[in-house]
Write a protein that binds this ligand. Structure first.
Ligand SMILES: Cc1ncc(COP(=O)(O)O)c(C=O)c1O
Length: 452
């Protein structure tokens, strides 16, 4: 295997990230302080992503609300930013609801999603006036019973099973929706509208199903129900790498480029020509199947507000994950690095896939003279599991990594950094450092995230 043929996949970065990757930056100080892997978070990026989503609504002349899908990252920071910015938050558990309230998000700004929600969660949601996306008929009955006991009105969305994804375990099919509508009408429920969340990142199916939900709103109004909003969930893609890099990477990739010839059945689409707020723009501009006008016009004409629940896209470039190199082993022309954490801090491995953007090597000390040229390494974890590799791919690093160097995985805030973390082997959970610009010239400041 010629080292020069090993493909690279440079991750996109921001100025804030590039500044941190310089050898004398805050990173090595944080590594010394934490003595293990950690995550860094950039609040400003979350803010600018949220602004971009709001701008897309404003440009299309559509009344819209952004709910941050909290499941994408456990940090308190992003829920706090959502509260300050006046965004809603999508919570899928009692713990997420509690954390969102504690961060300052008002109950009325929450949407509660997820299947078969426990009574405890439904009760708190009703008491706080949160919007509740009902997933099944029995859940609707439990919710109506609880609301009656509490003498409160439940704010309800009915979740649609996507007809194009009939194997989805979420939502109500057409017959169940009709039954739910009649039950809501009979019980005098405040039915605010309908919702869905689609797997994948395509624009067309989202616009098509959104139009169906607009039609459902009109049908519900015939039954005397309010039905003036729909939620199209999340699934706004993130563009991790440039188009040219993604194409040439795919063309060059071979099984021998991975440690032990490891193969994967698929990867996240790390390049997406339409991503983030532009994906919302595209959904609003699309003419849904069977309609004559773009979705934006259909929403305006019907007086329907559009809710979106982006998780990953609001976190684009809002965090990185930093490991320390603990060992470098030579093997058949490449190195096996061992870092001071596990692949649980990079959740793609646990979906039988790999987080592909190249990790960046930040040397602890400047090397003697010029870099020695590409030095390929895979990246193993500090665990006893043969399968626990953060990166099976042999990354052609610009120099031979050394113990004490840092390895930075870029753009990990959306699901990668903490969705699967556990204190396996009694390893501590990586802390999260919030990076904020300095008041004047000089290094940025940092503080620990408030999540316990
Ligand atoms: C109901 C719902 N809304 C929003 C999201 C967030 O999706 P994403 O992070 O892809 O935007 C999810 C993800 O699973 C979801 O299930």
């Amino acid at each position: 295997m010629a080292v020069s043929t090993l493909p690279t996949l440079p991750g996109r970065t921001t100025e804030a990230v590039r500044a941190l990757l310089r050898p004398d930056s805050l990173l090595s100080e944080l590594s010394y302080a934490f003595g293990g892997p950690y995550h860094v978070l950039f609040p400003e990026l979350f803010d600018s992503n949220a602004t971009a989503f709001r701008k897309a609504f404003a440009e299309a002349g559509v009344d819209g609300h952004v709910y941050y899908a909290k499941k994408a990252n456990k940090a308190a920071l992003f829920a706090e930013r959502a509260a300050v910015l006046g965004l809603g938050v999508d919570v899928a558990s009692h713990g997420e609801l509690r954390e969102a309230l504690a961060a300052g998000v008002r109950g009325a700004d929450l949407v509660v999603t997820g299947p078969a929600k426990a009574d405890e969660l439904l009760r708190v949601a009703v008491l706080h006036g949160a919007l509740i996306a009902v997933d099944a008929l029995d859940e609707l009955d439990r919710l109506l019973g609880l609301a009656a006991e509490l003498g409160r009105t439940a704010r309800v969305l009915l979740r649609r099973l996507p007809p194009a994804q009939p194997d989805s375990r979420f939502g109500l099919d057409a017959g169940e929706l009709e039954t739910a509508l009649r039950r809501c009408s009979a019980a005098g429920v405040d039915l605010e509208g309908f919702s869905f969340h689609l797997s994948g990142y395509e624009v067309g199916p989202r616009a098509d199903l959104a139009a169906e939900l607009v039609r459902l709103c009109l049908r519900a109004r015939q039954l005397g129900l309010r039905a003036d909003r729909i939620s199209i969930g999340g699934g706004f893609a993130v563009d991790y790498v440039d188009a040219g890099d993604w194409d040439s990477f795919h063309e060059a990739l071979r099984p021998e480029h991975f440690h032990a010839g490891k193969t994967f059945s698929g990867f996240y689409p790390y390049h997406s020509p339409v991503a983030g707020a532009d994906a919302l723009r595209a959904v609003l501009a699309a003419v849904p199947a069977g309609e004559q006008a773009p979705l934006a016009t259909l929403l305006r004409t019907a007086g329907v507000t559009l809710l979106v629940e982006p998780g990953r896209a609001l976190l684009d470039q809002a965090g990185c994950t930093v490991f320390g190199v603990q060992g470098v082993k030579e093997r058949d022309g490449y190195g096996i690095l061992t870092v001071d954490g596990t692949s649980l801090s990079l959740s793609e491995q646990w979906f039988a896939s790999e987080f592909l953007p190249d990790p960046v090597l930040v040397p602890a000390a400047p090397g003697p003279g010029a870099p020695e040229g590409p030095y390929p390494c895979c990246v193993g974890a500090a665990s006893c599991l043969e399968s626990d590799l953060l990166t099976w791919r042999k990354i052609p690093f610009p120099r031979r990594p050394a113990v004490g160097d840092l390895l930075v995985y870029l753009n990990t805030a959306g699901y990668q950094m903490d969705s699967n973390e556990s204190p396996f082997h009694e390893l501590p959970l990586p802390p999260k450092a919030v990076i904020e610009p300095a008041a004047g010239p000089g290094r940025p400041r940092w503080r620990l995230d408030r999540h316990p």
